[in-house]
Each structure stands twice: as C-alpha cells, then as structure tokens.
Design a protein around this ligand. Structure first.
Ligand SMILES: [Zn+2]
Length: 282
C-alpha cells in the first residue's frame, strides 16, 4: 500500500486492500485498528465528518509507529454511525441508537475473526459520553460474540469522566498527553479540532469563515450545559462550536495528532509485550 498522502478515508485502510492482502496481513499476525466516529455538526466552518477524519489521521500515524516497532497492523474501514447526544438538535447530526451501533460492532468483530485476525483495538473520534459508553459495551459484547480480543483506547481523562475502571481488560488507557493550560474550554470545533482538520484535510475547512468566528470563552458551566444536548446545546453554542476556531494553526493540529498517536502506539505496545515497552524503565 502506498502512503503517499491521499484524501479518501479509505486510503491506507482495509477498504483499499485486496482480499489476498487481507489474508496475508492476518497470517502476519496484524492487529486491527478501528476508528469509530460520528457525523455531526462541527460549526459553520468544519465538515460533519470531523470526528471521522481525526481518528483516521491518528490511526494512520499509529500504524506507522507500530510498524517501526515491528508490529504489523491494518486499519479497519472507519465507522461513522456513532451516537450523538450533545449536538443532536443541529442539522446534519444523525441520531443512531446505541444498540444499533453495538450490534454492528459485534458483526464487524466476528467478520474480522473469520478472516483470521485475533485482536481489534478501537479508537473513538467523538467525546460524547453516550457514544463512548456504547463503544465500551460494543467492545465487551463483541469480544464474546466474535471470539476475538477487543479493547477501547481511551485517555485517562476520558476514563475518569465516564467512570470506566482503568484496569478493565477491555480498555487500553494511554499515558496522559501533556497540554498547556487553557483559560477557556475548547472541545468542539474550536482551536484544536480546527487545527487538526486544517493540518490534514485543509480542503474541507471553510477557511474564509474561520477568521470571522469569535471565541466562545466558554467555562465549565457552559460545557456542562452543552453536554445536556438538545436545545441546551443550541442555547450554549448557537453557532455549533465551543472554543476558539480563529486561533487555529495547522502546525498545532499536526502536533496534536502526532502526540496522540505516539501515546496510543506506546499503550498498544505495552499491552502486546509489556516487557519491551519504552515506558518500562527497567
Ligand atoms: Zn469533534
């Protein structure tokens, strides 16, 4: 497979491989990386698929980092029918029931096992609590149904927010990624997400709109109101973003993706072979 860039979210994934290449990857013991995002509004300047593009970009970097450490992997076709709660009232946010997502995950895991893969590690592209709870439920149910090792990759902050047990065998908890302190909340279509999309997929950013967007200067109370969803979210963020998109910078976005990918690759290595992980100082 070429890794010459590419724009399609199929590029460098199983979707662009042939069945012979899939057979060979399974024989090589490749692990499967699967990004699961959502189609939802992302302000007046970012595409609905932002939460699909970001895990896709991250997993491509993870795949390269794992290959450098001798761990073969393939990227499953990106999943984008996730669960929207916070932004469900906005146009373009699809409302999929968690049980639908979980059932589909089970079938994907069983299909991968049928092809000879033995482990699937899932990365969420979307911060919604209901989406991530459905993901962990899907990973759990899919392990049994598919007779395959499954895990959901999460940051320590996400595990804490959703009250996941960090020692759950179906979780891969990364090291925390150091971030400079922020005066205001920037969680949805703000500086970080706009920077990441600018860095990897500049053609889908409405770059004429970005400089016109005032910072929301949101505090924790605004974030909690937004997370209630429905009209609460519309009132909290009438323009559909929470943060400072005009401050976006593609170099910042690429650095974020690289830092996340490095933490994820390291956590996967640690799970596969704890004694060889770089974080093990012995
Ligand atoms: Zn997003």
């Amino acid at each position: 497979m070429s890794s010459s860039g590419g724009y399609s979210i199929f590029h460098d994934t199983m979707a662009d491989m042939t069945f012979r290449e899939i057979e060979a990857a399974a024989r090589d013991g490749a692990i499967v990386l699967w990004g699961l995002g959502v189609i939802e509004e992302h302000g007046p300047h970012l595409p609905l698929a932002t939460d699909v593009y970001v895990p896709y970009a991250t997993l491509r970097e993870v795949r390269t980092l794992l290959a450098d450490r001798g761990v073969p992997s393939v990227i499953a076709p990106l999943f984008y029918w996730g669960v929207n709660a916070a932004t469900a009232a906005f146009a373009g946010s699809f409302v999929v029931r968690p049980e639908v997502m979980i059932e589909l995950m089970k079938d994907v895991f069983r299909s991968l096992r049928k092809d000879g893969f033995t482990a699937v590690y899932c990365l969420s592209g979307h911060g919604d609590a209901a989406h991530n709870r459905a993901l962990l439920d899907g990973v759990r149910a899919g392990a049994t149904y598919g007779a395959i090792e499954t895990a959901l990759i999460v940051t320590p902050a996400m595990a804490q927010r959703l009250e996941f047990d960090p020692h759950d065998a179906h979780l891969i908890v990364t090291a925390p990624v150091e971030r400079p302190p922020q005066a205001y909340i920037d969680v949805h279509a703000g500086n970080d997400e706009t920077s990441m999309i600018m860095g990897r997929f500049p053609d889908v950013v409405r770059s004429d709109v970005v400089p016109t967007l005032a910072p929301t200067n949101s505090l924790l109370a605004d974030l909690l109101e937004w997370r209630k969803g429905d009209q609460h979210a519309v009132r909290a963020t009438p323009d559909g973003y929470l943060g400072d998109p005009a401050a976006a910078d593609p170099a910042h976005g690429l650095a974020l993706i690289r830092a996340d990918a490095a933490a994820i690759a390291e956590a996967i290595i640690a799970r596969l072979a704890p004694e060889t992980a770089a974080t093990d100082g012995s």
